[in-house]
Structure formats: C-alpha cells, structure tokens
Design a protein around this ligand. Structure first.
Ligand code: DGJ
Length: 727
C-alpha cells in the first residue's frame, strides 16, 4: 500500500515511485500540508510546521497568537476565518454568508481508484486512493478530498467531492480540484500559452509576490492557455532539477493561480474557473470536481514529460487504439477545402494508396448544403449534390484501394442557416432578448440539454452505423458566448458553462462507447482543445491548423512537454504553406510531421514524380520507425525557444533503437561547428548509424556527441539519424 496513516501523529504519507506527499491533521482538525518532493523513507518532521506569532495574522484560538490559518500551509484552504490568501473553495450558505470552516471528519484508504461521475479521469490498477472527509458542521457540508497515488510514477491525482447533508440549498461559488502550499517562493512558473495557429508556446519566468494566474473563460480549455502549469527551481533544466507539474483533466473554463504571500510561501490552486460559476447544491446532492494530475520530478523537464507521456498512454487513453499504431492518413482539407467532388477525393485516395497511406479523411463540407462555413452545421446528412453516389459508396471505393475511410464532424455546433436551427431556434446557448454572437458564422448547441444531445447523437449514430467509417475527426470551431440555457431556471444559469462541458463529455462517451472500433481524433480549430479531458475520449488530437514546418517546431516542442507524441496529429502540407506562406522543403516538412502522428494534407494529384518518390520514401521510413515514435521514450535535445536549432530523439524501451531529428531554421554565416549530444541511450551498447554504417558507443554519442553535418546549406535544413544497437 502506497498510503499510510500514522494514527498517533495524525499524519498521512503518500508514496509514489520516487515522490512523497505528506499531510496531517493539526490542532482542532485543520488539514495541513507538510511535505511534497523526493521520496522519504519516513516523515519525522525535521522541517516541521512552525507556529509563531505574526502581526496582522488573526488567531484561530483566542489566547494563542501563534496559530493562524494565515500562515498555515493547508490542503484545502478556506476563506473568511483568518487565512487571507486565495481559498480552494467558497460556499454560500442559506443566510447568504460565505464563511465556512472545514475540519477533519474521517478518512478511507483503499487500493484502486473510482471513476468520477460524468467526468474524464485517470484510471489503472497500480493505484491507491486516500479519501479525507472534511466537514463544516454549520453548513452541514462535507467535502471529500480524493488523492490517488500511481505507484509506478511520481504522480498523484487530486479532486474534491462536495456533499450537502443539510436541508437547505448551498451555492458553490468556487471548488478547486487541488491546492498545494509550498514552503518558499523561489520558483519559476512555466506555462503553455498560445493562439490559433500558434499553440502551446513555452513561457517561463520567476514568480513574484502576489497572484499570477493562467486561465480560460472561453468555455473551452483553449488555444490561448493550456490547462497546465509547472513550478520549477530556477536551476531546473531539461535534464535536472525539481519540477512540479499540475495538469487539469478538463476541457472548459479553468483557473490555475500561483500566489506568493507575505512570508514568501507559495500557494498553487487549480480548478474550474470560479468567475461566473455558481452551482446550486440541493439537499442530499453531490458535486464532483474534475481531476488534477500532479507530477513531480527531480530530474528536470525531460523526465517530467516522459512520465506524463507514459502515464497518459497507460492511465488516461482508452479504447482499441490506445496501444495500436496509428494509421498514416491523407486529409482533403488543405487540398480542396469545401470545393471537392467524389472524383477529386478518389483521385487523392488513389495516389495516397500508391504512396502507402492507410486512411483517407473526408473533412468539412460533405453534409447539408455545406459549401462554405456559413451553413448546415447540425444537419448531419449527406450533401447529395457533392457526393451523388453516397458516402457508403465512396467509403467502399476507398476501402477497395486498401485504405480506411474517415469522416469529419463538428457535433457541438449549429449554423443559423440549417434545418436544425429553423426547427429549434432555442437549442443554442443564448440569453433571451440579447444578440447571439456568431463566430465562424456559427452558434454553439446547448449541450447542457439532454434532448439536444440525443438529437445529435442520433444523427451521428445513423451515419456511423451506415457507412464503413474507421476514423472520426471531431472538430469544434468557436468559443462560448451568451452562455445561457432555455432549459434551466434562473438560479442555475451560472452552472451552464460547466453543464455544457458535462454534456459534451456525455455525447463523446455515448458515441465512442457505441463505436469502439473507430479511431477518434479531437480538434478545435487545430489544437484549441488539446487537453487531458479530450484525450480520455479520443486518443489523438489535431495539434494545430498551422502546418508550416518551422512554426510546428515550437508548437510540437511545446506540446511534447505534457502530451504523448502518439496523440499529436502532424501533417505534411503544401509549400508555400497556407497559413504563413513559407516555402520549405518536403524533406523538412516530412521530418517534422514524422516526429508526431504522421499524415498528409495536400493535393496529391498535383505532386511531381520526384515529390511522390520522396513521400513514398517518408512513408516507408515512418512505417519502420512508427512504433519507436509513437510508443518510445522522447528526449528533447535542443529547444526552438532558445535558438536557431531544434533537435529531439526517440528511444525504444529496450534502448536498442533510436531515431534522431535535427532542424536548423536559418542559415548562419561563418557557422560554428555544431554538436548534438544524444540522450537516453544505453551507454554500454554499440550503435550503428543506418545511413553511414558507422558504429559508436552509446556513451560516446551521449557524452561526446554527434557532429552536425557541415553539408547543410541554406535556410530550413534538417537531418535524421537512425541508430540500431549491435547485439
Ligand atoms: C478546423 C480544423 O482544425 C481544420 O483541420 C478543418 O477540419 C476545419 N476546421 C474544417 O472546417
């Protein structure tokens, strides 16, 4: 059992692979945080809590000026009774006040981990759970803090369940999933901000006194801020040092705050955004928060990423495709946009098949009257003018080319110009008497309503049953405005943003459960909803609408920080690139896309014979290295955020095979000679480099390094090495 409780000292010790997390019950039932970091054999309190009088920190017990919640590191801090920092929760009682006081009531330790009602969550067998129930006797409120310790990782997940045991309705105004108090403020904060076409750019800087936060109020996890933060020591690098990562398994509004207080301690608080959130918790009801994954490493960011990659692969992703190699697809979006015919799609498929591609994805534009983005979302039936022989016929013809068939949907949306909207104008999120703001000419369906959800599920089910579909791209192309529902009473309107996400999860759950053999890829204008919540339902995500190889270096590098490579859709598109108009070689586009889940997204009918030959070669190479790329260990060697070069490599579990990619953005005059020190190899093994047949020791490759060829001339250069250990 990885969780122990010392009854005499009232201390809980949670032990992961190489991490300890210690908390205790102090004084009159307050839950205090004691230690989080490298694994301890035992916590005896060499650096225990200090109780001293602090001016302007009110006492909890009259007469004892040394005990104030203002300076106590807490597990689930409250506001209004001596702690002035950001609380983890806030509940309004029947009298309208918001002061509450949760104290230890009981606890339960068991092996295994439950599911979270209606929410995505991590799972597995090598996991133990601690549930601590804290109680407010006045409000008759119970909060069950849930801690799951994954024993093979330095990973602990947290969430909280609110239970109203009283007779009155309580209003939850804030319900964080986790809160952790650190002893000092000497940390950097690392975040993954971005924008459409520029997702997950790494930012790192020192934390300061006061509150700094990362948040989304867009109704989705968003391109703008990924629901991830990490605290790192200032000396932490890719290879060494302490890092504490917090990752939210949720796809809606969130807030992650880091507060450095007057005594230079640091509080991290992560959960659903409390702005515009008010949940009516009626008598006997429960409210479950989503889960936060907390990952610790004392070996730097690289180790943190590898832990998360394998953890998510084994304990978040699900379904038939979880451990399967993913097909190399060709998608018609950048090839044709809305302007395609059956013949054009088949022509693309025919060439794709000859080049070794395995799946054709028919993107947006096959349904309703969809010839532009102004119409038909919600009308999930065939556009017969475009595809007169039907989807089934098209899919069969593609299958006859030895390719699987995939289809695009955007289930959460509705166009004003659609039969669905004409029939049900109140089925979108809206506020009566107010404008319905459009984005990409569309509105958002009100998935807080079951009738709306079922109508969409039925439409999709009909097609997925009828047509031999092996892959679905599930898109979502706008953020939420006028978030209100015609179905719920006024007191519940501030629940709608969360209820909508629960509805999205419900629809995803129904469809993915009914069609377990379909590979689902989530998408939101590229990578606007690349989050662990989505990965629970769909084991891969379209990383970005920006397919330019050079932009992708940063996007994929940033994404790799927390997401497994196998989950990252990466496509070769045409040059000049449609998003940034840059001209790069097919080789570099191939190497960048091969560093993820490879696909092609260009008009194959326009390729020259030389280009076809290059692509054929890329596909052949990718098929050889695919298991290594998709399921190996990933090492970042050079960061595009720090200079002109990027490099990363993949090593298989047995360290017998590796593939290394190097990219140089701009040509450099009088360029200094460059070395690439490899990582993750077996230092005692001899590795043969495929292309040159040279043999080097793993130690030499890692400590002395590989020469970057001096033959690389001009901008946008790349190189790939494939290493095989000699047995
Ligand atoms: C946004 C996606 O990210 C694109 O790949 C494409 O599917 C379009 N939507 C289609 O509308």
């Amino acid at each position: 059992m990885s969780i122990s409780y010392d009854e005499a000292r009232r201390i809980f010790h949670l032990r992961g692979k190489d991490v300890s997390y210690v908390l205790g019950v102090v004084r009159d039932g307050y839950l205090a945080h004691l230690y989080y970091g490298k694994k301890l054999r035992e916590y005896r309190g060499s650096n225990d809590l200090t109780f001293i009088k602090r001016d302007f920190s009110p006492s909890v017990e009259i007469g004892d000026e040394t005990f104030s919640l203002d300076s106590l590191p807490q597990e689930y801090p409250q506001y209004g009774n001596t702690d002035f920092r950001k609380p983890a929760y806030q509940v309004k009682g029947p009298d309208g006040t918001t002061v509450s006081d949760l104290r230890y009531g009981s606890h339960r330790i068991y092996s295994g981990k439950g599911t979270l009602d209606g929410l995505p969550a991590t799972h597995g067998s090598d996991v133990d759970t601690l549930e601590i129930t804290i109680v407010d006797e006045v409000l008759k409120l119970q909060v069950v803090l849930q801690y799951a310790v994954f024993t093979e990782y330095n990973i602990i997940t947290r969430s909280a369940r609110f239970i109203n045991n009283g007779d009155n309705t309580l209003q939850i105004l804030k319900a964080a999933s986790a809160s952790v108090d650190f002893k000092d403020g000497e940390y950097d904060l690392l975040t993954l901000p971005g924008a459409w076409g520029n997702e997950r750019q790494i930012e790192r800087g020192p934390i300061r006194r006061g509150i700094q936060s990362v948040e989304s109020l867009r109704g989705a996890s968003s391109h703008q801020q990924n629901p991830f933060i990490a605290l790192l020591r200032k000396t932490t690098t890719e290879e060494q040092g302490d890092v504490y990562g917090f990752h939210f398994v949720y796809s809606g509004n969130f807030e992650a705050t880091v507060e450095v207080d007057q005594f230079a301690t640091t509080r991290v608080n992560f959960g659903i955004h409390s702005f515009n959130f008010n949940w009516q918790l009626k008598q006997g009801e429960t409210f479950q928060t989503p889960e936060v994954v907390m990952v610790y490493s004392d070996k730097g960011l690289g180790d943190m990423s590898r832990q998360l990659h394998h953890f998510y692969q084994n304990h978040l992703l699900r379904g038939a495709y979880r451990d399967k190699e993913r097909p190399i697809l060709v998608n018609n979006w950048e090839a044709t946009y809305f302007d395609f015919t059956e013949k054009k799609i088949l022509d693309i498929a025919k060439i794709g098949s000859k080049l070794g591609m395995e799946l054709l994805v028919l993107d947006d534009g096959w349904f309703g009257k969809r010839n532009s983005d102004k119409t038909s979302l919600g009308d999930w039936f065939l556009n017969k003018e475009k595809l007169p022989h039907g989807l089934t016929k098209l899919a069969e013809k593609i299958n006859n080319l030895d390719m699987a068939f995939g289809l695009w949907f955007e289930p959460e949306m509705i166009s004003v110009d659609s039969d669905l909207y004409r029939d049900h104008p109140d089925w979108c999120l809206h506020v009566p008497e107010r404008r319905r703001s459009e984005s990409r000419n569309q509105l958002v369906l009100d998935f807080s309503r079951e009738d709306v959800r079922l109508a969409i599920v039925n439409q999709m089910t009909t097609i997925l049953k009828e047509v031999p579909i092996k892959y679905v791209k599930w898109d979502m192309n706008r953020h939420l405005t006028e978030v209100g529902s015609a179905h719920f009473p006024k007191e519940q309107q501030q629940e709608i943003a969360h209820r909508h996400i629960l509805g999205v999860y419900d629809v995803m759950n129904r469809i993915t459960t009914e069609f377990p053999d379909i590979l689902f890829e989530s998408c939101s204008g590229g990578g606007g909803r690349f989050d662990p919540g989505m990965l629970y339902y769909m084991p891969q995500t379209w990383t970005s609408d920006n397919t330019d190889a050079i932009s992708r270096l940063k996007i994929q590098y940033g994404t790799s920080l927390v997401y497994p490579i196998v989950t990252m859709g990466a496509h070769v598109s045409v040059a000049p690139n449609h998003q940034v108009k840059r001209h790069t070689s097919l080789e570099i586009r191939g190497n960048v896309a091969m560093s993820g889940n490879l696909g092609y997204e260009l008009d194959l009918t326009k390729l020259t014979d030389t280009e076809k030959e290059t692509i054929k070669q890329q596909i052949q190479t990718y098929k050889e290295i695919r298991p290594l790329i998709q399921f190996g260990d990933f090492y970042r060697l050079k960061s595009p955020f720090e200079g002109n070069e990027t490099a990363w490599m993949f090593v298989d579990k047995t360290k017998t095979e590796a593939v290394v990619f190097y990219f140089q953005v701009l040509a450099v005059p009088a360029k200094p000679l460059q070395t690439l020190k490899l990582a993750g190899l077996n230092k005692d093994a001899e590795y043969k480099i495929n292309a040159t047949k040279q043999v080097f020791g793993g130690d030499e490759l890692m400590y002395s390094g590989l020469k970057i060829p001096t033959t690389l001339k001009g901008d946008f250069q790349t190189f790939q090495w494939h290493l095989i250990a000699k047995m």
